[in-house]
Design a protein around this ligand. Structure first.
Ligand SMILES: [Ca+2]
Ligand SMILES: [Ca+2]
Length: 495
């Protein structure tokens, strides 16, 4: 496996075949082709056979876009179903599914990123301490449309109580409601922190792109005191939240521009990965636009740069083109395009953003100015975004190999699933956990991998898969023909 300094691993990015997904230094000698840096297509398929020692088995099928998958203290896999609108328990051996709760008031838009999403188990669940609680986030529709946009989708986080006899979740208690919601960039990873707080990623709602191109991106906008006291959470777009277990604002949350709110970090685009590592370190993965997916270490009150900076502040291919600020032609008179920006739309180089911000640990799909984003492989149907250098990270799981035995050489690494290039990545962390020293790409397939759960012996990696959507086929062209849709697949280390 390629070993580099963290700085090199973070800074050097190699593009290949228009579907770049590499951070191996150019020219590095690679003893195994499974290290990232191998070309896309046939060679990345070969990554499957270059991760020896694993068996693969389909555990369960027929799930409705499984979004979060967690190993429970009852030895069941707990799964949210984004489009299935429920929480399901899956027997990891037989694949038998049982519904823990259906949430009919949850809302999923066909093809949208909304639905039943985040899930976290109380660490004392089924321990007999009266804390049989399960936390779930889901989208719903309000009767009050948002000003200007008319958006009726919102999001709430709810605490259920689990009955270990009936195996049902009951007594929902709303912890926070009226959070921003929509069909794009929901993020929605929910974690129970070692400090007994809930952490939650909430995306930028796709502002400044596609159908929302005239809506200003609020990832940098912080809530005002008046908004917080009115429980107006509109400014929580593009943030990481930290909540007390009753949904209130922790007294030790940071003061940001003099205001204490649920906001823990800000400047995020679409963080579908969130995981605690050794010593309470908090890692996050977020999807970049055309370039620069990021893996970050989140620090209290940190500004992570979006939308002013994507990845490092390096003035490469990304510029912040703010459609809502178009003058003199107002945005509403413009036609949105991913591939060209009208001259009336202001373009800001990353170096023009001078505020303090936190650089990622590493990026995927960083390319230079002038990169051609119109790969002919993705021209049919105008599906260029599938060929863009980004790989669309969809989850992040810290691998501690605790309890042992685990998998040799895997201790203290991060596992990351991706959607566009259908792979699981493993990133080795440095001993202090503050940098990534190497990256391995595994199990590339025609699968949109969504999330990972680990078995208690740390030797089985359960992966949930999307029901539908686009992925790169072995030749790097887009395909909608997914293998194992709506399933849980397990990779078992069996040397
Ligand atoms: Ca960033
Ligand atoms: Ca950059």
């Amino acid at each position: 496996m390629i070993r580099t300094t963290a700085a090199l691993a973070a800074l050097v990015t190699v593009a290949f075949g228009g579907s770049a997904a590499s951070a191996a230094p150019t020219g590095s000698a690679s003893p195994t082709a499974s290290a990232v840096g191998s070309p896309a297509g046939a060679s990345s398929r070969a990554a499957l056979v270059l991760t020896p020692g694993f068996t693969r088995r389909v555990v369960a099928t027929g799930l409705g876009d499984p979004y979060e998958i967690v190993w429970g203290p009852d030895a069941q896999l707990w799964v949210t179903e984004k489009s299935g609108l429920k929480v399901t328990r899956v027997n990891s051996t037989t694949g038998t599914k049982s519904t823990a709760v259906s949430i009919p008031q949850a809302h999923h838009s066909p093809g949208g990123q909304d639905g039943v999403l985040g899930l976290a188990l109380h660490p004392q669940l089924l321990k007999g301490t009266g804390n049989d609680f399960v936390y779930v986030s889901y989208n719903y529709l309000t009767t009050t449309p948002a000003p200007v946009t008319g958006e009726r989708r919102r999001l709430r986080i709810v605490r259920f109580t689990y009955n270990g006899q009936t195996h049902q979740l009951h007594s929902p208690k709303t912890l926070i409601t009226g959070l921003p919601g929509g069909t794009d960039h929901q993020s929605a990873r929910l974690r129970f922190g070692p400090d007994g707080k809930l952490y939650y990623t909430i995306g930028d709602q796709g502002a400044n792109q596609l159908a929302s191109y005239c809506r200003p991106n609020w990832a940098q906008r912080l809530p005002t005191a008046a908004e917080v006291s009115a429980k107006n959470w509109a400014a929580y777009q593009g943030k990481t939240l930290r909540l007390n277990l009753d949904g209130s604002i922790p007294a030790d949350n940071p003061l940001l521009k003099g205001v204490r709110s649920h906001v823990w970090t800000y400047g995020h685009r679409n963080a579908q990965g969130l995981t605690f590592g050794s010593g309470g370190l908090l890692y996050q993965a977020e999807q970049g636009p055309k370039t620069d997916d990021e893996v970050n270490r989140l620090s209290r009150a940190g500004n992570y740069g979006w939308p002013n900076v994507a990845g490092f502040r390096d003035d490469k291919a990304y510029t912040y083109n703010n459609w809502s600020a178009s003058r003199p032609t107002p945005c509403r008179d413009l036609t949105y395009s991913d591939l060209g920006t009208p001259t009336s739309v202001p373009r800001q180089k990353e170096s023009q953003f001078t505020a303090a911000f936190v650089s990622p640990l590493r990026t995927f799909g960083t390319v230079n100015t002038g990169f051609d984003f119109t790969n002919p492989k993705c021209a049919p149907g105008g599906l260029y975004f599938i060929c863009w250098p980004t790989i669309a990270p969809s989850s992040l799981t810290h691998y501690s190999a605790n309890p042992k035995p685990g998998i040799p050489g895997w201790a203290n690494s991060l596992l990351m699933t991706t959607l566009k290039d259908g792979s699981v990545y493993r990133m080795n962390l440095s001993a202090d956990g503050k940098s990534i020293v190497s990256t391995t790409k595994m199990w590339t397939d025609r699968i949109r991998y969504r999330d990972i759960a680990l078995s208690p012996d740390s030797r089985s990696i359960y992966v949930a898969t999307d029901n539908a959507g686009l992925v790169r086929d072995p030749n790097g062209a887009p395909t909608r023909t997914l293998k194992n849709p709506g399933s849980i697949v397990v990779f078992r280390w069996q040397p």
